[in-house]
Design a protein around this ligand. Structure first.
Ligand SMILES: C[C@H](CCC(=O)O)[C@H]1CC[C@H]2[C@@H]3CC[C@@H]4C[C@H](O[C@@H]5O[C@H](CO)[C@@H](O)[C@H](O)[C@H]5O)CC[C@]4(C)[C@H]3CC[C@]12C
Length: 827
């Protein structure tokens, strides 16, 4: 994708667009209120903006598979092996390649070093004494998250190195998946006729490439930990940062025939000649004992660990290294509360866990590999599935950890009121769930710094509920609490300019807060619109509650969520202003398409509404609440009729019923309600909400117009298409493709039997993002036909897991809840 580098632009206030491209809807008034807000935030308060439209992160087409489990921080490596994207402070990203962080190989034959090379194609100005510039033609990179493989064919040496990078991201595992570790397993293949001594040296700089690396006070020490007959040694790199101090460990497993040596500290700002010569001499490092001195202000330091073994002629050897980071206690940006990461439950919170974590990682990675293989194998070996889909399905999962993700542990003595105010006391299983499984949050996007943005999580939630269902349940409990609470603080919203309170009671929040503030304590970091008026958020809560119950059979969860569902549906009912059983949009961009105005009855929100009403009936039946069942049953009858009358045009559902010049646009997401109904088995004939023939006709129209008549059918589905086959350019977002929406659309197509169409539609997005735009491991929210994109590394594309659910359901429908599970109140 390198050829796109210069020509890609961004959508937003800083977009490199010609003036003529700016949609009429972008009012100068809002732009000026954003600018005023931005100025106050960044220049006066000296904080960073939750969405910075004026200083966007530059696009770098360099990323590969990240390291680390869920919610302990992540370190992303590039596909050329560099350590280049850092998220150690929760939710805060730092994009910097730290050139010292490298693997170097040394080969020795007959007691002489014959080859010593940094395994990097770079030729940096730093560390001039090292042999840089490995020829990229001899290196190969493969990633299948959470694993990656780097193969190096050492030129002229008859030796092949394969590094397996593994992170403990294991479905249904709530312990090892939380660990802030990654391992590098180096397989050495000696294809020559003589033995060779092989050393792999791992060098790591203290810090993450920020100014803080030189803030002084950092220091290193060697360590060794023997437990259960296994010995792991390495170097600890301590960081004395004022906020969120942490320790790295670079470690290796000692075993018969393997020698581990180290250098406690070296100067990465110098030539690096001492380290190089040390290794060159005998393939080992000096291994001094004792701690290093603390760094002075302005000084940086680094450490090295080297694993060596002899590989016989035509033989094979293995060297096992690990990188661990221990930042157990974290403050968010407000610094108001101290939080413990999930893994502290197993490894303690004193900040001295790096040796134990290293030992655990190096003695458990084989188990992790087995579990990951057992999970991925049936999909990888399914010859019916195309290769691109296998890559997309697993690799898009990078966002589960690299979405600024945080996974916290709650202290056992935590009280409901410690959590989030009065709402907490009303949910009987809130505390047990959060105490057992912790608290989970991930960003809307690396560039959109809001946790658990709920209208978007609706799409991504399939990945969470299918792979870590307890985290989805925990997240839902957190949302439920905020529904019951309010925040009466007034504030001005940037788009409409009006002042209103931050959070109303009985409505679902937009997000759970900004990690640069105090998430959970202060929700709704988003201040573009007052989302109390959004039409989709409440419905998306109800839809997820039933979907989660259908997939998990968790009756206690259903029971706890039921009053909350009733409360948000009551709030939503006021949007049915003409009492026709269908809600109306308010003539603003009052839903997830937050720059695309919608007025009156709409396919998107109206469809979500009917699906939610249908699910209310289902839940009422399960819970034996006849009155509520009857109430929503009557609304459903009336609403279905209104929906068809107001929106069905014989081929598809109109965008909205306002009769505006774009009312008849074809929206790619018009079947979102059906998507959820189908995923929960509520689409059978006698239960159907939308006539099957209408859904199939709508999907076929979307395929013909939004997919095949857009970019030659090769870029997925444009959000809005005019019936004459020209994209709807009435708003910024109608002419965008949203990757996560496309994967959801593909899932809906599969559910409805349009399997070929579904795969073709989704393939367009995968190939555009991962191949043509070079945006591997940073899938954006949106792109346009002509080289414009928006919001890199985004949550919504995790919706690809709904394609997998649709495929699995076709062969094996999840068993229906048993009668007892179905009706916990009236067994
Ligand atoms: C201020 C402009 C004019 C508004 C008016 O006068 O009516 C706005 C027009 C376009 C807006 C930008 C559109 C893209 C971004 C959207 C982002 O919101 C998040 O994005 C998701 C949609 O991609 C949404 O589902 C999620 O809930 C939101 O958190 C906010 C920043 C935008 C750059 C937005 C900024 C205002 C406009 C320029």
């Amino acid at each position: 994708g390198g050829n796109c580098r210069a020509s890609l632009g961004r959508i937003g206030l800083a977009a490199r667009r010609s003036a003529g491209d700016v949609p009429e809807a972008v009012s100068p008034l809002t732009i000026s209120s954003y600018f005023k807000w931005w100025y106050k935030k960044t220049r006066i308060e000296k904080k960073s903006a939750f969405i910075d439209l004026l200083c966007a992160v530059p696009l770098q087409q360099i990323y590969g598979c990240p390291l680390g489990g869920i919610g302990g921080g992540t370190i992303t490596r590039g596909w050329r092996g560099e350590f280049c994207r850092w998220q150690l402070n929760p939710g805060k990203y730092h994009y910097e390649t730290v050139i010292t962080d490298q693997f170097t190989v040394c080969l020795r034959r007959k007691g002489q070093t014959v080859y010593q090379q940094v395994l990097s194609v770079e030729k940096p100005s730093a560390l001039q004494g090292w042999n840089w510039g490995y020829c990229g033609r001899y290196a190969f990179y493969h990633a299948l998250y959470p694993r990656a493989w780097m193969v190096y064919e050492l030129p002229g040496q008859n030796v092949v190195l394969t590094c397996r990078q593994i992170s403990p991201v294991i479905p249904h595992d709530y312990k090892d998946s939380s660990l802030p570790v990654g391992v590098f397993i180096w397989e050495v293949e000696n294809n020559s006729e003589e033995p060779v001594d092989v050393s792999i040296m791992f060098t790591l700089q203290n810090g993450t490439g920020t100014k803080g690396d030189g803030s002084g006070g950092h220091w290193n020490e060697p360590f060794a930990l023997q437990d259960g007959g296994e010995r792991v040694t390495g170097v600890l790199l301590h960081h004395c940062t004022p906020i969120n101090p942490f320790t790295f460990a670079v470690a290796a497993r000692e075993k018969a025939g393997t020698v581990i040596t180290h250098l406690t500290a070296f100067d990465p700002a110098g030539s690096g000649r001492d380290v190089w010569q040390d290794l060159l001499q005998d393939g080992k490092l000096e291994s001094p004992i004792g701690k290093s001195k603390r760094t002075q202000k302005g000084e940086v330091t680094a450490a090295a660990v080297c694993a060596s073994c002899m590989v016989p002629a035509r033989g094979h050897g293995t060297l096992e290294l690990a990188l661990v980071w221990d930042m157990p206690r974290v403050h968010f940006g407000s610094k108001e509360r101290l939080h413990l990461r999930r893994y502290t439950r197993f490894f303690g919170s004193n900040g001295d866990a790096a040796p134990a974590l290293s030992h655990y990682a190096l003695t458990h990675y084989k188990e992790w590999e087995k579990k990951i293989e057992a999970w991925q194998k049936p999909i990888l070996e399914d010859s019916q599935l195309p290769s691109w889909y296998k890559s997309a399905l697993f690799n898009e999962l990078y966002f589960m950890t690299d979405g600024g993700t945080i996974w916290l542990d709650l202290p056992p003595d935590c009280l409901p009121q410690d959590l989030q105010g009065p709402g907490a006391a009303k949910l009987s299983h809130l505390l047990p769930v959060l105490r057992e499984y912790g608290r989970f949050a991930y960003l809307e996007g690396q560039e959109y710094r809001m946790y658990n943005t709920y209208d978007v999580h609706f799409y991504a939630s399939f990945a969470l509920v299918m792979l870590w269902p307890k985290l989805q349940i925990s997240l839902q409990y957190d949302i439920a609490v905020t529904v019951l609470n309010e925040d009466m603080q007034p504030r001005q919203y940037l788009v409409c300019g009006k002042t209103a309170q931050v959070k109303l009671k009985n409505v679902v929040p937009h997000d759970i807060g900004d990690p640069d503030d105090e998430p959970w304590q202060r929700v709704n970091a988003y201040l573009m619109h007052d989302t109390a008026n959004w039409k989709d958020l409440n419905l998306k809560f109800v839809l997820q509650v039933y979907r989660d119950y259908y997939l998990t059979h968790d009756a206690l969860y259903l029971q706890d969520m039921w009053p909350v569902c009733q409360a948000v549906m009551e709030s939503e009912l006021k949007f049915d202003t003409d009492n026709d059983g269908l809600i109306e949009n308010g003539g603003t961009a009052d839903q997830t398409y937050d720059a695309w105005v919608v007025n009156g009855a709409s396919a998107y929100c109206g469809g979500l509404w009917l699906a939610a009403v249908r699910m209310m009936c289902e839940m009422a039946e399960v819970l034996g609440d006849a009155e509520t069942q009857q109430k929503y049953g009557a609304i459903l009858q009336k609403g279905k009729e209104s929906f068809e009358r107001l929106l069905w045009n014989g081929k598809y559902y109109n965008y909205d019923s306002s009769g505006s010049s774009t009312s008849s646009s074809i929206m790619s997401d018009q079947c979102a309600g059906q998507w959820f109904l189908g995923a929960c088995g509520l689409d059978q004939k006698e239960l159907e909400v939308f006539p099957k023939s209408h859904i199939v006709s709508a999907l076929k129209t979307i395929f013909e117009k939004n997919v095949m008549s857009f970019a030659g059918g090769t870029m997925g589905a444009v959000n809005g298409m005019r019936p004459d086959g020209v994209p709807d350019t009435s708003s910024v977002q109608s002419s965008e493709v949203w990757v996560g929406v496309v994967y959801a659309l593909a899932a809906t197509m599969i559910q409805e039997g349009l399997v070929q169409e579904g795969f073709h539609t989704a393939e367009g997005c995968y190939r555009t993002v991962w191949e043509n735009l070079g945006m591997a491991f940073q899938t954006p929210e949106a792109y346009c036909e002509k080289k414009v994109y928006r919001s890199l590394a985004y949550m919504r594309p995790l919706s690809i897991w709904s394609m997998q659910l649709a495929l699995e359901s076709k062969t094996r429908r999840p068993p229906s809840p048993t009668p007892t599970q179905k009706n916990p109140l009236h067994p």
